[in-house]
Each structure stands twice: as structure tokens, then as C-alpha cells.
Ligand binder design. Structure first.
Ligand SMILES: *[C@@H]1O[C@H](CO)[C@@H](O)[C@H](O)[C@H]1NC(C)=O
Ligand SMILES: *[C@@H]1O[C@H](CO)[C@@H](O)[C@H](O)[C@H]1NC(C)=O
Ligand SMILES: *[C@@H]1O[C@H](CO)[C@@H](O)[C@H](O)[C@H]1NC(C)=O
Ligand SMILES: *[C@@H]1O[C@H](CO)[C@@H](O)[C@H](O)[C@H]1NC(C)=O
Ligand SMILES: *[C@@H]1O[C@H](CO)[C@@H](O)[C@H](O)[C@H]1NC(C)=O
Ligand SMILES: *[C@@H]1O[C@H](CO)[C@@H](O)[C@H](O)[C@H]1NC(C)=O
Ligand SMILES: *[C@@H]1O[C@H](CO)[C@@H](O)[C@H](O)[C@H]1NC(C)=O
Ligand SMILES: *[C@@H]1O[C@H](CO)[C@@H](O)[C@H](O)[C@H]1NC(C)=O
Ligand SMILES: *[C@@H]1O[C@H](CO)[C@@H](O)[C@H](O)[C@H]1NC(C)=O
Length: 289
């Protein structure tokens, strides 16, 4: 009796140990080490973040990112469509914790398309179209995103602006996003900042931008955000991988694997590492009784 219960506690111990080992494996295979200095940053964040992304000051930031960190001889870029909403916490977290570190490694290989206003609605019953969003202030946030996408041509600058706008918007919700702050953090010039501001307050200008986003989201059957689509083809497996291991997801679909893809575990290796210890502990458990 006693030896049986000792065996039992032993088995539990083994299970716990393997579970812990498993957790450690999972975090060890996490593609983004938390100490890497990343060139493109938002400047600051006050989100209750999980593993923190290294944030550099806006000054350090503008010195760091001028060119993409790697070069790509192959001119075929992987299209990545990101459907999101301006004040959605999951969108903010995804962009900062998953997208940004990977973009810093692979910007030369990808062509990112941002689609804000992915869950917005139009009401055209009165003859004058009105827009509606899930969260208070969200339509105004989406306008800033849509207008920035229209006017910021340099892709690194746009990424910086988008990440800044998501952080600023979320942090100060439902107050309007400061276009000046994000213009400054992304290093775009005053004339671009002015164009964005004018666009945000011009119904005739922003409405078609939002309609365009809306139509894309309808075509893509977006039901939750963020939604990430690689090479115009949605699969829920890649989507699930993208939200937790974005680097693995990108590397699993990219054609000519860049260096940054070579030193990570593939998705399947990660799964094997996750299941194997469980199988081993079950084996020992069965043997014990
Ligand atoms: C970042 O934001 C937090 C909270 O909003 C603030 O306390 C802190 O001073 C900011 N840090 C920088 C470097 O701006
Ligand atoms: C790109 O091309 C240059 C010259 O043709 C070559 O030296 C370099 O190794 C190539 N880089 C990659 C990543 O293939
Ligand atoms: C995207 O998919 C098409 C086929 O639909 C393929 O020909 C192309 O190489 C893919 N592009 C990338 C970058 O993976
Ligand atoms: C659309 O606008 C009309 C008139 O203001 C209003 O009665 C109706 O409830 C609105 N519909 C939606 C779905 O918001
Ligand atoms: C329609 O609504 C928008 C946003 O509320 C407003 O800016 C615009 O002036 C309105 N247009 C007309 C013709 O009422
Ligand atoms: C951002 O603001 C700082 C301080 O106001 C200023 O020194 C810097 O030139 C601005 N950067 C840009 C790109 O406007
Ligand atoms: C602002 O930047 C854009 C794009 O980089 C450039 O085309 C434009 O000439 C610049 N305008 C001024 C006033 O510097
Ligand atoms: C608003 O935008 C429309 C379409 O881009 C443009 O024709 C119009 O001149 C703009 N109005 C103002 C006041 O800037
Ligand atoms: C993907 O979608 C299919 C069918 O819609 C579903 O059966 C499957 O469970 C989904 N897989 C994941 C990983 O969510």
C-alpha cells in the first residue's frame, strides 16, 4: 500500500517534471529572444505585455532603421495581409510581440498589407453613410490608420507608424490618436503628417478608404481580428501558428528560406518536442502500476 502510494507520488513528480521541461522547451524554442535589440520600435508601450519586446527610445530608433537588416536577391516577396482593428487589444499585442520582431528580421522578404476597419460597419439608410465600430473611438482610430497607409510610402516608416498608432490609440482610448506623435516616431516629414491629418478630417477622402478595407474584409470572411493571410490564401493552421509563433509561420510559407529561418525549429519539431515528454511520462506511468 505504502509503496504503491509512493510509486504514485513518484509518477506525479515525473509528470510534473516533464510538464515543466515541456514548458521550458516551448519557451526555449520561442523564436523571439527578449534581449534582441530590434530596429523598428514603437518607442513606448504601457500594455500589460507578456514577454516584453525590447523598446528603444525614438532617438535610438530613428538612427537604427534606415535600411532593411538583410538583403534579398529574390525579388518575389511574400504577401502578408493583416486584418485588424485600431483599438483591439489582440491586434496591438500581435503587432508588437509577433509581427514587429519578425518584420525586423525578414522585411526584405515580405510585402505587408495592412487592412484596418476589418470589423467596421456602414449604415447607408439615411442617404448619408455613417460608420460604426465595435469600440468607442475605434472608427476614428481606423481613419488614422487608413490615411497613414495612403500617404506613407516607405514600408519601414509605415510599420513604425502603424505600431505607434496602435499603441498610442490603445493607451489613450477612446481619445484620438496623435498623428504628430506617430509621425515623429516614424520619422515621416511634416507634409506627410499634414496630409494624414487632412485626410482624417475629410469625409470624402477617408470614406472610400474605409469602404475598400471593408470590402477586403468581407471577401476574406473576417470574423475575428487580427487575421493574418499569407500569399492571399487563408488557412486556419497557419493563422493559429501566426498568432503565437509568427516567425515559424512566415518561414513555413516563404519560398527561398532566409538565414533567419534556418536557425529556428520548424513547427513540426516544436510539436514533437511538446508531445514526446508526455508520451515518455505516460510510458513510465503505465510501467509503474
Ligand atoms: C512609457 O509610458 C509609460 C506609461 O504611459 C510612462 O510612465 C513612461 O514614462 C513612458 N516611457 C517613455 C520612455 O516615454
Ligand atoms: C545575393 O547576390 C550577391 C551577388 O550576386 C551574393 O554575393 C550574395 O551572397 C547573395 N545573397 C543571398 C542571400 O543569396
Ligand atoms: C504564392 O502563391 C503562388 C501560387 O498561388 C506561387 O506561385 C508563389 O510562388 C507564392 N509566392 C510566395 C512568395 O510564396
Ligand atoms: C441606420 O441609421 C438609421 C437612421 O439614423 C437608424 O434608424 C438605424 O437604426 C441605423 N441602423 C444601424 C444598423 O445602425
Ligand atoms: C455625412 O456624415 C459625415 C460624417 O458624419 C459628415 O462629415 C458629412 O458632412 C455628412 N454629409 C452630409 C451631406 O450630410
Ligand atoms: C521628433 O520630435 C523631436 C523633439 O520634439 C525633434 O527633435 C525631432 O526632430 C522630431 N523628429 C521628426 C522626424 O520630426
Ligand atoms: C516628404 O517625404 C516624401 C516621401 O518621402 C517626399 O516625396 C516629399 O518630397 C517630402 N516633402 C518634404 C517637404 O520634405
Ligand atoms: C476632401 O477630399 C476630396 C477627395 O480626395 C477632395 O476632392 C477635396 O478637395 C477634399 N476637401 C478638402 C476640404 O480638403
Ligand atoms: C481548421 O478548420 C477546420 C474546418 O473548418 C476544422 O475542422 C479544424 O479543427 C481547424 N483547425 C484548427 C487548428 O483550428
Amino acid at each position: 500500500m505504502e509503496s504503491r502510494s509512493r510509486n504514485y507520488s513518484y509518477a506525479v513528480l515525473v509528470l510534473v517534471a516533464f510538464a515543466l521541461g515541456n514548458l521550458a522547451t516551448a519557451s526555449a524554442s520561442d523564436p523571439e529572444p527578449t534581449t534582441t535589440v530590434i530596429p523598428v520600435t514603437n518607442g513606448n508601450t504601457s500594455l500589460p505585455a507578456v514577454p516584453t519586446v525590447v523598446v528603444t527610445s525614438p532617438q535610438a530608433n530613428s538612427e537604427n532603421v534606415k535600411t532593411s537588416p538583410v538583403t534579398n536577391n529574390d525579388t518575389t516577396l511574400l504577401p502578408i495581409d493583416i486584418y485588424y482593428e485600431g483599438l483591439c487589444k489582440d491586434s496591438v499585442n500581435f503587432m508588437e510581440q509577433q509581427f514587429l520582431p519578425v518584420y525586423n528580421k525578414l522585411s526584405a522578404y515580405v510585402e505587408v498589407n495592412f487592412i484596418p476597419f476589418s470589423q467596421g460597419q456602414f449604415n447607408e439608410t439615411t442617404g448619408n453613410t455613417t460608420i460604426h465600430c465595435k469600440r468607442n473611438g475605434e472608427c476614428d482610430a481606423d481613419k488614422v490608420h487608413a490615411c497613414a497607409i495612403k500617404y506613407i510610402q516607405k514600408k519601414d516608416d509605415l510599420v513604425k507608424f502603424i505600431v505607434c498608432a496602435l499603441n498610442e490609440g490603445y493607451k489613450n482610448k477612446p481619445n484620438p490618436i496623435s498623428v504628430d506623435t506617430c509621425g515623429n516616431q516614424s520619422g515621416v516629414n511634416a507634409s506627410i503628417v499634414d496630409s494624414i491629418k487632412t485626410c482624417v478630417s475629410n469625409y470624402t477622402e477617408y470614406l472610400p478608404l474605409l469602404k475598400d478595407d471593408y470590402n477586403k474584409a468581407i471577401t476574406e470572411h473576417v470574423t475575428t481580428v487580427p487575421r493574418i493571410v499569407f500569399n492571399k490564401t487563408y488557412t486556419n493552421e497557419t493563422e493559429n501558428l501566426a498568432e503565437s509563433h509568427f516567425l515559424n509561420a512566415v518561414c513555413s510559407v516563404i519560398k527561398n528560406k532566409p538565414e533567419a529561418c534556418k536557425d529556428i525549429n520548424s513547427g513540426s519539431e516544436t510539436i514533437v518536442a511538446g508531445i514526446l515528454p508526455i508520451l515518455i511520462s505516460v510510458y513510465y506511468l503505465i510501467r509503474m502500476f
